[in-house]
Design a protein around this ligand. Structure first.
Ligand code: RB5
Length: 148
């Protein structure tokens, strides 16, 4: 599995921590920035990861900003992206089992690094259940085709 990770300045420190979790899981990942805490605009980084996931360069994307919210809004503007914000393990697991989420966003100002590491691990290791959930995602896909 190839993972793209990025953040804005407000998520930079948590992004650096989450890279250690990716290393622990021995996952192949690419850091698309930002590379320090100089103020930047989250959409510039969110779109890089979202496009990389949508075009198949990466299997999954991880985005961190202050709240996780701006990154989720941005990523969901790219066709094919199913971005969710998760700050707890249950939501992270369900977002994979039921929603086949391919981008995870988190907020450095919301979550501690220990919980964030657990959220990331569960999100990366839980499979989509398919079945009735695939039917529902087909409907989501149809809405996306009509509106994006
Ligand atoms: C930056 O101050 C902050 O607005 C950004 O990181 C993010 O939380 C936006 O959703």
């Amino acid at each position: 599995m190839k993972v793209a990770i990025a953040s804005d300045h407000a998520g930079f420190r948590l992004k650096e921590q989450l890279k250690k979790t990716l290393d622990e899981l021995a996952l192949d990942y690419e850091d698309l920035g930002t590379f320090d805490e100089t103020s930047v605009d989250y959409p510039d980084y969110g779109v890089k990861v979202a496009k990389g996931v949508a075009d198949g360069t990466f299997d999954r994307g991880v985005l961190v900003c202050g709240t996780g919210l701006g990154m989720a809004i941005t990523a969901n503007k790219v066709k094919g992206v199913r971005a969710i914000t998760a700050h707890d393990v249950f939501s992270a697991r369900m977002s994979r089992m039921h929603n086949d989420a391919n981008v995870l966003t988190m907020g450095e100002r919301v979550i501690g690094e220990g919980v964030a590491a657990d959220v990331l691990k569960v999100w990366l290791t839980t499979d989509f259940e398919g079945g009735r959930h695939a039917r529902r995602l087909d409907k989501v896909h149809h809405i996306e085709q009509e509106n994006l």
